[in-house]
Design a protein around this ligand. Structure first.
Ligand code: NAD
Length: 481
């Protein structure tokens, strides 16, 4: 039976005239279901509903909002396995990873709920001349736009602080990962008053109707840089604020004292997890000349053990690419590398060779002896292709790592914490990890997630996120002299 997913406005399912077919990216001959195609009128209806709901939602106390969000987290937990399986089927990420994604999303949600009380304390200051109060207030309707690559966690980490602050939302997921997002938001919305959470489906035209709507107060977007440019322009006419979580080109810097036995498996994992389709994946690795050959051999050996297959196949350790456009982009990038005479190897095993052409499958690729300015080093490949770049000195590698318009994540690998920290302090990025590539549970709670330069504007998660979605209201009483 096919899944049919509608729009969700004012806590009601809304059908539309057109439905798009969704195909399984790991089995293109199979239809997963149909998703409603919204348009500008649906956006207007959803924004109006969110605007109406804002008047009463903003009056609720923080305690009430925290308890509603905690209740909805429990609902998500109860439905976690169906949410994970529909998401994996439509977006191609391994089911085991997607199960973890739901768990991590819930962890983020609960972390932010826990941090909220200290973020929203009213400040009162008084002297003989006057009395001052500074309160953080919600903004209104927030437009949320999320991509396909980690739709559950990106949705949960985006909307939790927005709702906790007392705002309402209209969210538009990606056409290639809508079903899991609608399922999770419908599940959550049961605990919320109508109109607080709304979802409209569609492509860029629907996104653009949302970002230009006059009643939307701020846009929170996760996706690619070119789309962010279009959104920023569309926000200009009504002077909306933007909050962007964009792409990265994360460098991993291996220092000369690194223990390769420990480091290489973690770097390979940090590059190829989710088939390389995550914003803070390792996208270039810098290795000292002395360790280069050994690093290369071990990295190839480990990468060759990947089993590429369907995302629901329990034996698979690498799934397909999510969509045709992305598959073509990466295939062409690999072709250009081959034509340029680059030293590359295609690794891994095809689990189901008979289905290889029936999905967007790619073997992971390692490229060695790469010029630091080559396209594969400077672009965001967003797929399973990893360049290894040799270097001589720390000064040189810091310069190469920073020579980028991106600045999302980065990592330093060393047996000496002080040495690693000293290099970390010189890296231009929103986040630098040492001896790992990603956050520990502590980092996940306290590190503001996001990037600098063209990797983003603003942050998600941590206590800092709440300032993205509030307005300050100051009240000043003049005392009689
Ligand atoms: P994308 O920019 O193509 O699409 C993202 C979303 O924007 C989709 O929902 C899409 O339908 C919508 N959209 C497209 N055109 C629009 C327009 N004109 N107005 C409004 N909305 C529009 O990105 P993608 O291919 O879905 O995702 C991959 C990109 O996302 C990569 O660059 C990746 O690095 C980035 N990303 C960043 C983070 C982060 O937190 N920094 C996380 C995940 C992904």
């Amino acid at each position: 039976m096919y899944l049919k997913v509608n729009l969700f406005i004012n806590n009601e399912d809304v059908t539309t005239e057109h439905y798009d077919e969704v195909r399984d990216p790991g089995r293109l001959s199979e239809v997963v279901g149909y998703i409603a195609k919204g348009d500008a009128t649906h956006i207007d209806r959803a924004v109006q509903a969110a605007h109406r709901a804002f008047h009463s939602w903003r009056q609720t106390t923080l305690d009430e909002r925290m308890s509603i969000l905690l209740k909805s987290a429990e609902e998500i937990e109860r439905n976690a396995s169906s949410i994970a399986s529909v998401t994996a089927k439509e977006n191609g990420i391994l089911l085991s990873r997607t199960v973890d994604e739901v768990k991590l999303g819930l962890m983020d949600m609960r972390n932010m709920i826990e941090l909220a009380p200290s973020a929203f304390q009213q400040r009162i200051i008084e002297d003989e001349s006057g009395w001052v109060s500074v309160v953080k207030r919600p903004m209104g309707v927030i437009a949320c736009i999320v991509p396909w690559n980690a739709p559950i966690i990106l949705t949960l980490q985006k909307i939790t602080p927005i709702l906790l602050a007392g705002n309402t939302i209209v969210l538009k997921p990606s056409p290639t990962a809508s079903m899991g997002v609608v399922t999770i938001l419908r599940t959550m919305a049961k605990a919320f008053p109508p109109g607080v959470i709304n979802v409209v489906l569609g492509g860029g035209d629907v996104g653009s109707a949302l970002t230009s709507h006059h009643l939307v107060r701020k846009i929170s977007f996760t996706g690619g840089g070119n789309t962010a440019v279009a959104i920023m322009k569309s926000a200009a006419d009504t002077l909306k604020g933007v909050h962007f979580e964009l792409g990265g080109n994360d460098p991993a810097i291996v220092l000369a004292d690194a223990d390769l036995n420990e480091v290489v498996p973690k770097i390979v994992e940090g590059a190829f997890r989710r088939t390389g389709q995550f914003c803070f994946a390792i996208k270039r690795v810098y290795v000292p000349y002395d360790l280069y050959d050994k690093f290369y051999e071990r990295a190839c050996e480990l990468t060759d053990s990947y089993k590429i297959g369907h995302q629901l196949n329990e034996e698979a350790t690498m799934g397909p690419i999510n969509n045709q456009l992305q598959y073509q982009r990466i295939s062409e990038l690999i072709k250009r590398l081959e034509q340029s005479g680059a030293n590359l190897v295609k690794l891994g095993k095809q689990l189901e060779p008979e289905n290889w052409d029936n999905g967007y499958y790619l073997q992971p690729v390692i490229v060695r002896d790469v010029d630091p300015n080559a396209e594969i080093v400077t672009c965001e490949q967003f797929g399973p292709v990893l360049p290894l770049i040799p270097y001589h000195t720390e000064e040189e590698v810091i310069h190469m790592a920073n020579y980028s318009e991106f600045g999302l994540g980065s990592s330093i690998w060393s047996s000496d914490f002080d040495r690693a920290l000293s290099v970390a302090n010189q890296i231009e990025a929103g986040m630098t990890f040492i001896n790992g590539h990603g956050q520990t549970p502590l980092g996940s709670k306290y590190i503001p997630f996001g990037g600098i330069k063209q990797s983003g504007i603003g942050r998600e998660k941590s206590i800092e996120v709440f300032d993205e979605f509030i307005e300050y209201h100051g009240i000043n009483y003049h005392k009689k002299r």
